[in-house]
Design a binder for this molecule. Sequence first.
Ligand code: 5GP
Length: 113
Amino acid sequence: MAKTLFEKIIAKELPAQFVYEDAECVVIKDINPGAPVHLLVIPRKVIPMLSEATDADRSLLGHLMMVAGKVAADAGFGAALRVATNNGAEAGQSVFHLHLHVLAGRPLKWPPG
Ligand code: 5GP
């Protein structure tokens, strides 16, 4: 199977600005930020999208959420942030390797567009 864009970034075959890495995930800055802080929390394991996660991914998904909170706090926005994942092209997903968007640093209206 061809590598996903994020697998290539994780393998350092493509450049990205890394802000955090551990055994299970990496966090990079989004190349087209939608907020002053726009980070992507990406598992090393390729899960195409949330709806394809299984019970075996339960711990990993929890870890991704914890890391999302940590990196937002490290950026100075521990109390005002949004964590989102787009599931499927109709929901705006463009990279089919599960990732959490972490947005902060501006007023975040609800619902998003
Ligand atoms: P999605 O649309 O799948 O929810 O989110 C994919 C995100 O990846 C988008 O916000 C997009 O700006 C970001 N992105 C796409 N290509 C690259 C890239 O090459 N490097 C980085 N750092 N982000 C990317």
